[in-house]
Every structure is written in structure tokens, then in C-alpha cells.
Design a protein around this ligand. Structure first.
Ligand code: PEP
Ligand code: MG
Length: 755
């Protein structure tokens, strides 16, 4: 009987009855441990719950001394139970006392029990408690019994997650599951956001754990797996990169896992213990998540994540149509939480309800970070396992400046952040007061502060910040937020609206910078091994001139009677710029032939963001009307360090001698050629970095709206001559160090410059 499958199923049915009884939470737990002990023919069954202080408290027992309940506690690092927490895996011992981790607790009276089987109580990979059975005799618990105990642990996980046990905990202690936690990450966009969690990819909430009919559940599982396999096959066969931005390699991994006999066997076994198909998937997924959280090898972790993603897909299939898309049911103060997402996905959310963004991945120069900044949404990236640590609707605070997230904050933390948000608003108010203060350094050197923009929502920022103009208009954003290719007249309409909003201030349009991570769902492109180094930006523009010409024509028409400033992204050779220029000339000639009014002046610039240009900088400066440094890409290519890869984020510093010399070389070349040089990467919007750039000779910077105030406040206190002399000295003598940041910081502090 012990190893037959009737046992666990009967046990689950019995548990379901207990769950439905109108009794107190403690009485329910007492009954549950009794049912488990009886069913498993164990003399002891004990249930420990993880508390917020990282100790385990005995919540119920059958067989150990009852007086120990809510009295016995142990550190999560202590004893066999602690070992289960650390490993998040079952522990099956014939002779428990011989195990080195065994720790003796006289109040429980457990010294007489020899065999021990304990399993973690897991939910979304988090260990919420431990469930143990013990026998006096040396007994070997079978695989089926381990499985059965894990299944019942799932029922207990639901009870813990429901919060009903909080009232039982020893006075003054909180149980861990709904505890307040501060999770560190990296700052992506400044600001403070208070709100409630919206999972970008909502988890299916499995509410029905215990099967009415296991044969029916088995069939549902088999059907869902078969459907999942064929849907993945279809995606792979299409070879369609653009579908949700998935890479073929990832799909191949999904396919491999979906056909892995080990995975399907584990799912089927879980159903055989009496779970519904959904609960079986969640059980196996939770084990997998627990392994993923303990895995330090990034490759294996990634694969475990793929398996997690696959389980999600399977759950969604089983769940059918009931999935609620987070974007549809958005609360008024939404904090979007995702593993990662593209810029277009963020723009799909209703901006008026968005209060923050939290990602497990995403570095500060990733495009999602840029869009978050453009939208003025506080954002934090690289928060480990955030998606597994929160539930939809949880209260959450995003501290964009500190790069921290507070999940389910205590009321005093919440009050402190409300105060912080108020202070910030006041500071913004002071920055706003600087709006009309002329932007020049203490020694009178004028510094042009421009905005980075790309969407209509950016346009009011020109007035609000008092920016001198738009230094980078990312035209691809219009394409990324659109479900189909914007028509020529739609493009022209947008550019005209931009000109009108500028009130005569200059705007620099950048031609389409798509490819890399900026994928247009409706534009099929071939799959690439290294998209950042691949067919993107001006490369597509020159190879498929139809697209670029249509865009240039839209710009020329929109600029009728005004000055048109255009720059080209990712130019790697002088010849590419020459060809782009001649496309503009051709379009001008075409429009002139057809009687269109032309711009007064066409000013053509080059983005310096591919390092090859550093070695032809004089030639390019001789041809261009201006240079604009794309420091985000320039840094990634200079250091061969993917700007989207979180592991690379802190590896190289933009204030390293190599970087600063490259930046100085560009500024010097521009001055020599007598053309303006500007910088429009994220670097320009950080006060310390902006101060350094002024020291290298930059007199024009372009940044997100929120940066204008802080950068202006910095430069109003800065002596341009002093920083220039300081940078010259540093660069002349300080090669060989990883970064000059400490020296630059020291300069700022000793001169009282707010950075
Ligand atoms: C850059 O590369 O620095 C830049 C401004 O362009 P983007 O971030 O859009 O690539
Ligand atoms: Mg770039």
C-alpha cells in the first residue's frame, strides 16, 4: 500500500476535506499533520514555517511534544531542517542522528526517531517552510513517498501564502512569505514610485490543486504538452526572428526541453500523486526555480530560466483564455515588474497609470532604460528574482536613484518614501526655477543643453526644462510603437508636429536606428548571431535605400522653410557618410523638380559611435556639418562590452583614461575643423560625467528631460577653465589606471560643485 499510488491520492482527497472544514487555522494544521502521518505510516509529522527573521518555527506536529509548537524555533542554517532550506531539496535519511547536521532539541522529544524525510515547502522557488515525517525504526522512504510528501507540501505552501497563518506565529514575529524586503538592483531611471505590482507576464494562479479525477488530469496534461510541442515546432520552422523578438537558439532550447523525457516524466508523476495538471506543472516549476536561484553558473542558470519559461507556456495553455493581460487591467498606480522587456512593450502601457518599472535584467544604457527615462518613470534593473518574489497587487516602492526596490514595505518605510517623493518634487521645483537661468559656467562659458526625444510625449519637456533644443530625436521610436510601418505622410506629420512644438529652437533628427535590440515586429530581417554588430541603422538605410529615402523626403518636406538638421547613426566609414549625403541631395533635387518648398538650410551630421571613425576623425570632420557622440554605443564597441548585458554594466568605467582620451580626440577634431561637437549618450545627463566632458572641451550636451536641471545646477557652479586644466593634467599623467572617477569626484567636492 505504501508505494501504491492510491496512498498519495487518498491523502490529497483527505486534505481537501480538511481544507474545506470550517475550523480554526491551528486546528486545520493539526489535522493536516495527522492525516499525513497516518497516510504515510509515520509516527511523526511536523510542519515548520519560515519567519521573516530567517528562523523556522514549529507550527504543528503529530508525534513530537505538542508543547513545542510555536516554541521551538531554529535558524535557517541549523539542523536537518535548516539544511533542507539551504538546499531547497528533500532530505531522506535512514539514520538521521548519524547525519552531521542533526541538532538535538530536548523539548521536542525527537531523539527516539531514527528515520527522517523532510521536504521544502516551495512556492515560486521560494522556501516558505519545511515538512517532515519521522519513524522510530530505520526505514527507507521510497521515491513515491518523497513525491507524495512534496505534493502535500504544495498544499501547505498555499496555506502559508494565503496569509492565514500570520495570526498563529509566536508573538512579535512575522512569517516570511509576505514579509517586507528591500531588494537591491541598479538604477535605470531616477525618481521615486509608489504603487502596486503589475506582472508584465502574469503568472497563472493555480487555485485548484487537487484533482477530482487523475485520469482526466493526465489527459489534459498530455494534450497541453502535445500542443506546446507543436506550437514551438511551428515557431522554429517559421525561422521568424521577429516573433516576439525570440531568438532561434532560445526556441531550439524550448523544443529540446519540451521533448525531454525527464521533464514530462516528472510532470506526469506529479499528476499521479493526485494534483491537477496545472498544480503538477507548478510543482515541477517551483523545484526548478529553487534550483535556478541557487545556480551560480550563468549558462546553466539561463537554461533553467528557459525551462521556467517553458513551464509558463504550458501553464498558459492549460489555463486557456482566462489569462488577464497586465496591460488591460492596469491599476492607477502600476509598477510594472518583468524579467526583461523591449522598449515597445513598455510604451504599450498607459503612461498616465505607470509609476515605476522593475526588471530582473536591463543595464543603464539599454534601450528600455532610455525609454523609461524619456517617459520619466523611475526604474530599477538587475533585481534578482523579482518576478518570483512578488505577486500581482503587492505594494511596492521603486527607488530609481538608489537602485533599490522595497517589496511590501512597512508603513514607516512607505511614509519615508512618500516624504522622499515630496522632497524630490520640491527639488524638481528648484530645478524648474533654473529653467530661465542662462546656461553658462561660473567663468562665463556657454554650454548648450539639449533634450533627447523621440515621441510626442517628449515635446512638452522642451518648455518645461527650458532646453536649448532637441539634440537627438530618435525617429525609430515612432516605428517601434507602431503596429505597422508608419506611412510617409505619418512620418512627415510627426516631424512637422515636432518643428511646431520647438518654437524655432533647433532639433536634430536622427535617421532610423533599427536593428540590434530595436526590433520592428512587422519588418522581417534575417537572423543574426551578433545583432549589435549586424545589419542595423545606416547599414540598412544604405542597403535598402527605399526606407531611408522615404524618411529623408518626409523630413525635407516637414522642414520646408526652416533649417533641417539630420544625423546618421552607426556610420563606420567616411564613404558611408558620403553615400548618405548623396541620398539627401537626391531627395532635395527630386522635391525641387516637383515644385516643393525646400528647407532653408540642410545641416548634416554624423554620430560618432563606431570606433573606426576615431581613426578617420579628421576626414569625417572635414565632411560633416557637426559631430554627435553616441557614447552608449561608442563605449560598448570600444570595450567590446554589450550594453544590454548586465554582467558588463559595471565592468568598464566611462571615466577610464581610454574612454576619456577617445572623447577628447573627437572634441579636438571638431574644434580643429571648426564644427560643433555634441554628445547625446547617457553620459551627458550625469552631472559628474557632464562636468568631465566640459573639461574635455564639450560645449553642447543632449540628455533626457530629467537630467537638464541637475546638469545645469552643476555647471552654474563650475569653472570651465579649472576643469579643463584638471582634465589635461589627469589625462597627461594617468594612463594605466582603471578609472579617473575618484580624481574627478575629488575635484567636484573640493570645488563645491553639486554632482
Ligand atoms: C548612443 O549610442 O549613445 C545613442 C545616443 O544612441 P542610442 O542609445 O539610441 O543607440
Ligand atoms: Mg547609438
Amino acid at each position: 500500500m505504501r508505494s501504491s499510488l492510491g496512498g498519495p491520492r487518498l491523502m490529497l482527497r483527505r486534505l481537501r476535506e480538511v481544507m474545506a472544514e470550517p475550523i480554526s487555522a491551528q486546528a486545520r494544521l493539526d489535522k493536516i499533520v495527522m492525516v499525513i502521518a497516518a497516510n504515510m505510516v509515520a509516527e511523526v509529522c511536523s510542519f515548520y514555517v519560515m519567519r521573516a527573521d530567517n528562523t523556522l518555527e514549529l507550527f504543528a506536529t503529530e508525534g513530537l511534544k505538542r508543547e513545542a509548537v510555536h516554541i521551538t524555533t531554529m535558524n535557517a542554517g541549523e539542523g536537518l531542517v535548516g539544511l533542507i532550506v539551504r538546499q531547497a531539496e528533500p532530505l531522506n535519511l535512514q539514520d538521521a542522528q548519524a547525519h552531521p547536521a542533526f541538532s538535538y532539541r530536548p523539548e521536542t522529544g525527537e531523539e527516539i526517531y531514527q528515520s527522517f524525510l523532510g521536504v521544502p515547502v516551495l512556492r515560486s522557488g521560494n522556501t516558505l517552510g519545511v515538512l517532515v515525517v519521522q519513524n522510530r525504526a530505520q526505514r527507507h522512504y521510497t521515491e513515491e513517498e518523497v513525491e507524495a510528501l512534496q505534493t502535500t507540501a504544495m498544499v501547505l505552501a498555499e496555506i502559508i501564502a494565503s496569509g492565514e497563518l500570520q495570526a498563529l506565529a509566536e508573538s512579535g514575529s512575522a512569517i516570511a512569505v509576505r514579509r517586507s524586503i528591500m531588494m537591491p538592483g541598479q538604477s535605470l531611471a531616477d525618481g521615486v514610485g509608489l504603487g502596486h505590482v503589475v506582472l508584465h507576464e502574469p503568472r497563472v494562479v493555480v487555485s485548484n490543486l487537487i484533482a477530482d479525477d487523475s485520469a482526466v488530469e493526465q489527459q489534459r496534461l498530455d494534450d497541453a504538452i502535445a500542443e506546446l510541442r507543436s506550437s514551438i515546432d511551428r515557431l522554429v520552422d517559421r525561422g521568424d526572428l521577429s516573433h516576439g523578438g525570440e531568438h532561434r537558439e532560445v526556441l531550439e532550447t524550448y523544443r529540446m526541453f519540451a521533448n525531454d523525457p525527464g521533464w514530462t516524466r516528472r510532470l506526469r508523476e506529479a499528476v499521479q500523486t493526485g494534483l491537477t495538471a496545472e498544480a503538477a506543472v507548478e510543482r515541477v516549476q517551483s523545484d526548478n526555480r529553487a534550483r535556478m536561484m541557487r545556480q551560480t553558473d550563468p549558462y546553466l542558470r539561463e537554461r533553467l530560466h528557459d525551462l521556467d519559461e517553458l513551464a509558463n507556456r504550458l501553464l498558459h495553455r492549460l489555463h486557456g483564455r482566462d489569462m488577464v493581460d497586465g496591460r488591460l487591467a492596469l491599476p492607477d498606480n502600476a509598477i510594472v515588474v518583468a524579467r526583461n522587456m523591449g522598449p515597445a512593450a513598455l510604451l504599450d502601457y498607459d503612461r498616465s497609470k505607470l509609476r515605476g518599472l522593475v526588471l530582473e535584467e536591463g543595464g543603464p544604457t539599454s534601450h528600455i532604460a532610455i525609454v523609461a527615462r524619456a517617459l520619466g518613470i523611475p526604474a530599477v534593473g538587475m533585481v534578482e528574482n523579482i518576478t518570483g518574489s512578488v505577486e500581482t497587487g503587492d505594494a511596492i516602492i521603486v527607488d530609481g536613484g538608489a537602485g533599490q526596490v522595497h517589496v511590501r514595505p512597512q508603513s514607516d518605510v512607505e511614509d519615508a518614501f512618500k516624504e522622499k517623493a515630496r522632497l524630490r518634487a520640491r527639488r524638481q521645483e528648484q530645478y524648474r526655477k533654473l529653467r530661465d537661468v542662462p546656461s553658462h559656467t561660473k567663468d562665463g562659458v556657454p554650454i548648450t543643453l539639449n533634450l533627447n526625444a523621440g515621441l510626442l510625449i517628449d515635446l512638452p519637456h522642451i518648455q518645461e526644462t527650458g532646453a536649448d533644443g532637441v539634440g537627438l530625436f530618435r525617429t525609430e521610436l515612432q516605428f517601434m510603437v507602431s503596429a505597422r510601418m508608419p506611412t510617409a505622410s505619418e512620418q512627415m506629420g510627426l516631424y512637422r508636429t515636432v518643428f511646431d512644438a520647438m518654437n524655432g529652437k533647433p532639433v536634430t533628427f536622427r535617421t532610423l536606428d533599427i536593428g540590434g535590440d530595436k526590433i520592428l515586429p512587422y519588418l522581417r530581417t534575417a537572423e543574426e548571431e551578433n545583432p549589435a554588430l549586424g545589419w542595423r541603422a545606416i547599414r540598412i538605410g544604405l542597403d535598402r535605400p527605399g526606407l531611408l529615402r522615404a524618411q529623408l523626403r518626409a523630413m525635407l518636406k516637414a522642414a520646408a522653410g526652416r533649417n533641417l538638421r539630420v544625423m546618421f547613426p552607426m556610420v563606420a566609414t567616411v564613404d558611408e557618410f558620403d553615400r548618405a549625403k548623396s541620398l539627401v541631395e537626391r531627395e532635395q533635387a527630386y522635391l525641387a523638380r516637383h515644385g516643393y518648398e525646400l528647407p532653408d538650410k540642410v545641416i548634416l551630421g554624423v554620430m560618432v559611435e563606431v570606433p573606426s571613425l576615431l581613426f578617420e576623425i579628421d576626414e569625417i570632420a572635414a565632411r560633416a556639418d557637426f559631430l554627435s557622440v553616441g557614447s552608449n554605443d561608442l563605449m560598448q564597441f570600444l570595450f567590446a562590452a554589450d550594453r544590454e548585458n548586465p554582467l558588463m554594466t559595471a565592468r568598464f568605467d566611462s571615466l577610464s583614461p581610454a574612454c576619456l582620451r577617445a572623447l577628447k580626440l573627437i572634441a579636438d577634431a571638431g574644434h580643429k575643423a571648426g564644427i560643433p561637437v555634441t554628445l547625446c549618450g547617457e553620459l551627458g545627463g550625469m552631472p559628474l560625467e557632464a562636468m568631465t566632458l566640459i573639461g574635455l572641451g564639450y560645449r553642447m550636451l543632449s540628455m533626457s528631460a530629467a537630467s537638464i536641471g541637475p546638469v545645469k545646477a552643476m555647471l552654474l557652479e563650475l569653472d570651465a577653465n579649472a576643469i579643463t586644466a584638471h582634465m589635461n593634467t589627469l589625462l597627461a599623467g594617468q594612463g594605466g589606471v582603471a578609472t579617473l572617477r575618484p580624481m574627478v569626484e575629488e575635484f567636484a567636492h573640493s570645488h563645491g560643485i553639486p554632482v
